[in-house]
Design a protein around this ligand. Structure first.
Ligand code: GUN
Length: 284
């Protein structure tokens, strides 16, 4: 039976560390701040944003929420990003995705100053990560790596299969695993015979957004299974992995909820601290 990768416990450890550093900076007169822009009232997005804000406040960061209506013009949204870019008290800016379809997501993410881009989504930061220059990594894949590291699960020389190719998770996840010397395969919704590919994995990371996509047939006995899925089914949060059938086969497995989710939020706080220290030229 697979052991549980307890994201909640690991997130608490990261947050305690961030909290200590944020407090020391505040004592030295550097009060760090995270700003979040939420467009519309997508219920899941509103829940995530609330959790990010609450956590920011809990670790001693100032937090600012900019709520804009679903029919906001792209220019108004860009003007809000400009305002936060220009505000010296703001260290990190996050625009919650997805955005309404009338807004060009790329244009918005490119408008965020790279030095305040806590998600690591700006092409400058994505490029820096791609070539191995210092930057912040997107929070969810960064959280997955932190989880593996904290549990002592070594990825070097092992075969990692990432299912999903989004800019938020799949692509940066594959690059992080590659940088950690894994052999990496990227599969996705158009991969024929997905199970044949996922069965090659020593480490399987699934980020597709399809509840129950991965069953015991997809998993090699002893594999580490990381479920990034956050699907609402009948009001309940469920992942992309059929936990009941996969847990007995895996060596380690993340639950949903309580797996990757809390680490995403914790890494957001860590990224805010990293960017704040770099921009203010101070050390925590
Ligand atoms: N929507 C889902 N995940 C994320 C994330 O990590 N960052 C942002 N900004 N939006 C998201």
């Amino acid at each position: 039976m697979g052991r549980i990768l307890d994201g909640k416990r690991m997130a608490e450890a990261i947050l305690a560390d961030v909290q200590g550093q944020v407090a020391r900076l505040a004592e030295a007169g550097q009060q760090l701040q995270l700003a979040v822009i939420l467009v519309g009232d997508h219920p899941a997005s509103a829940t995530y944003v609330r959790s990010k804000q609450r956590t920011a406040e809990r670790v001693g960061l100032r937090s600012q929420l900019v709520k804009l209506p679903a029919d906001v013009s792209q220019n108004t949204l860009l003007a809000e990003v400009d305002r936060l870019n220009a505000d010296p008290a703001v260290d990190g800016i996050l625009v919650q995705l997805p955005l309404p379809v009338h807004i060009d997501e790329h244009a918005v993410l490119q408008r965020i100053s790279p030095e305040k881009d806590v998600d690591g989504f700006h092409p400058v930061n994505a490029g820096r990560n791609f070539v191995g220059l210092p930057s912040v990594w997107p929070c969810t894949p960064a959280g997955v790596m932190e989880m593996l590291r904290r549990e002592g699960i070594d990825v070097a020389g092992r075969h990692a299969v990432v299912v999903g190719r989004s800019n938020i998770v799949g692509k940066p996840m594959a690059m992080l695993l590659l940088a950690a010397n894994a052999t990496v395969t990227i599969a996705h919704s158009r991969t024929p015979d997905l199970a044949a590919v996922t069965r090659l994995a020593d480490i399987l990371v699934v980020a597709v957004g399809r509840p129950g996509l991965i069953t015991a047939d997809h998993v090699r006995p002893g594999a580490v299974v990381v479920d990034v899925g956050q699907n609402r089914v009948d009001g309940r949060l469920t992942g992309d992995v059929d936990f009941e059938s996969v847990a007995p086969v895996a060596s380690w497995i993340t639950p949903v909820p309580g797996g990757v989710g809390p680490l995403t939020v914790a890494m957001l706080m860590a990224n805010t601290l990293t960017l704040g220290c770099a921009r203010r030229q101070v050390r925590a």
